[in-house]
Design a protein around this ligand. Structure first.
Ligand SMILES: Nc1ncnc2c1ncn2[C@@H]1O[C@H](COP(=O)(O)OP(=O)(O)OP(=O)(O)O)[C@@H](O)[C@H]1O
Ligand SMILES: [Mg+2]
Length: 524
């Protein structure tokens, strides 16, 4: 191992000479058929932000779950402040000062900030929940770390950045001294990322230690004091963010060079594939979630929609897929009015779908990969032959997708739950692209996939577009939106508030429209 970050000279964090808060020695964790972690070493100093990077399936989440007491290592030792600990479960880890924010938030939507934070660790006075005391502590935590939380806000009304701060507050409320954040920025727009990094700086100032996982290497270099790179389950080295380029980091991770999405000649043809006319969707509470959206997507065109999460993009996608009824307006597919069609009818008419929440919409986690391969595609080959499910055909085609899309798992009979986040995503992309749809609705198609797989998915989308596929692209990755889109809209409070030229706009400009800081007179 190189030890670029342990040099004695002081750095901005002042943590270079600090004692080790966390040390993992020789951690090995096996699952049936997979060695997820193999003899991993991780050394994290007190008061630093330590990034862990690596390809999809490299073993990052597994390692963090081991540190958090969700897994027990088969071999190796965990040391906190130089003393060995053994955790039976997360409660043990919490008691030892470890907290974890998982990538999928685990908040209860219809509860307040206060309720969510205390849930599971209610302070009691005479056996009863002491709300006044809980409120006092939350306010204190929020002030001390500049989290800006209001205890009585309903979580369902909060944006994604605030939800994340509630998760962080929940961990701090339990007196964590070391915070693990698993891909915290995957769902954030640039302004929110800046806010989060501001919060991390506050945590550091108070002497807390942060372990941070991300696939966004520029960001890692910006925020981390030191970096550990893991590859195929084992540590390949540490890097000093100030002395390592993004390119070098990527090469340490995957061992190859990576292209950025660049523009190609326009492939937009005349024929409209999807036409939305004044589409309206209610949010269930009588308020408009989508408030009069009109747009056209043509053959060979990628239409990108940018927006801070929670501004109606998810509802718009649901409307296009027939997952939610319209409160008004019309949807046409290849010239035919499909407004009243079922999701299944739309899919059979050639609409592919990469859903935003793969756990809720795209996958059956407890089913094998081959069943996930045919999910939503049951009625045509290779899933079925006549009226029967074709198991062997499905298995063979799953194996093909695993090969072509680099889904790393033992085989088609592996359960989806055993795949790393990025590998689940690659399987869904492979499944949807394999049906060669006329229209592809892609919500965050590369969320959680590593830089190598991201470049591969970009290439696939560009090839499909060149072959005439129409694509609606929703993404929180602004480089991806700018790099892939032929037309680009910004969605804010249910409306398309700006139409931008991807050839000339920058991520900063886009971000400005997304938060409403910039406005455009002639918007749709
Ligand atoms: N519960 C489980 N059962 C079986 N195998 C598992 C389980 N959890 C993880 N694995 C396997 O362990 C390996 C490491 O997975 P892990 O989730 O730690 O990867 P990761 O580095 O977090 O990847 P990503 O960036 O895609 O989230 C993968 O091969 C995965 O399939
Ligand atoms: Mg992971």
């Amino acid at each position: 191992m190189t030890t670029g970050s342990s040099s004695p000279e002081s750095d901005a964090a002042g943590s270079a000479g600090a004692p080790l808060a966390v040390e993992l020695r020789g951690i090995t964790k096996r699952f049936p058929g997979v060695v997820a972690n193999k003899d991993i070493e991780l050394r994290v100093r007190r008061g630093e932000v330590h990034a862990v990077v690596g390809e999809n399936g490299a073993g990052k989440s597994t390692l963090m779950k081991t540190l958090y007491g969700e897994h027990r290592p088969d071999e190796g030792q965990i040391l906190l402040d130089g003393r060995e600990v053994r955790f039976r479960n997360p409660s043990d880890a919490i008691a030892a000062g470890i907290g974890m924010v998982h990538q999928h938030f685990m908040l209860a939507d219809n509860f307040t900030v206060l309720e969510n934070v205390v849930l599971g660790s209610e302070p009691t006075r005479g056996g009863r929940l002491d709300l006044a005391e809980a409120r006092r502590r939350i306010t204190e935590i929020s002030d001390r770390y500049a989290l800006g939380l209001r205890p009585d806000d309903l979580v369902e009304d909060l944006g994604v950045g605030d939800r994340q701060r509630v998760e962080i507050a929940k961990v701090l409320y339990r007196d964590a001294r070391t915070l693990i954040l698993d891909e915290p920025t995957a769902v954030l727009v640039p302004q929110e990322v800046d806010e989060l990094f501001g919060n991390l700086a506050e945590l550091k100032r108070e002497g807390l230690t942060v372990i941070f996982i991300s696939h966004k290497l520029d960001e890692v270099r910006r925020v981390a004091d030191s970096i550990t790179v893991i590859r195929r389950g084992t540590t390949v080295g540490t890097a000093d963010p100030r002395a390592t380029t993004t390119k070098q980091l990527a090469e340490m991770m995957v061992g190859s060079e990576l292209p950025l999405p660049e523009k190609r000649e326009s492939t937009v043809r005349e024929t409209p594939v999807l036409e939305l006319t004044d589409v309206r969707v209610d949010d269930g509470g009588g308020r408009p979630a989508v408030d009069g959206v009109t747009m056209t997507v043509r053959e060979g065109e990628v239409v990108g929609i940018a927006g801070v999460e929670g501004n109606g993009q998810a509802e718009l996608v649901d409307a296009i897929m027939g997952l939610r009824p319209l409160a008004g307006g019309e949807i046409a597919l290849a010239g035919e009015d499909v407004t009243s069609w079922s999701t299944r009818a739309r899919r059979e008419a050639g609409v592919g779908f990469i859903p935003e929440d793969r756990h809720r919409q795209g996958m059956l986690l407890d089913a094998p990969l081959w069943e996930n391969r045919i999910l939503g595609h049951q009625t045509r080959p290779p899933a079925s032959r006549g009226v029967f499910i074709d198991r062997s055909g499905s298995r063979a085609d799953t194996a093909r997708i695993m090969q072509e899309y680099d889904v790393r798992a033992p085989g088609p009979d592996t359960l989806a739950v055993a795949l790393s986040g990025g590998n689940q995503q690659k399987l869904i992309v492979g499944r949807e692209m394999s049906a060669t749809p006329r229209l592809l609705v892609a919500a965050h198609p590369t969320r959680g996939v590593d830089v190598g797989a991201q470049a591969a998915i970009w290439e696939l989308l560009k090839d499909a577009r060149a072959a005439g596929m129409a694509i609606v692209l929703i993404s929180a990755d602004l480089d991806e939106l700018i790099g892939l889109s032929d037309s680009l809209y910004v969605m804010l409070r249910g409306r398309l508030v700006a139409s931008l030229d991807p050839a000339s706009c920058t991520p900063e400009q886009l971000g400005g429209y997304m938060t409403g800081a910039r406005t455009e007179a002639g918007a749709a």
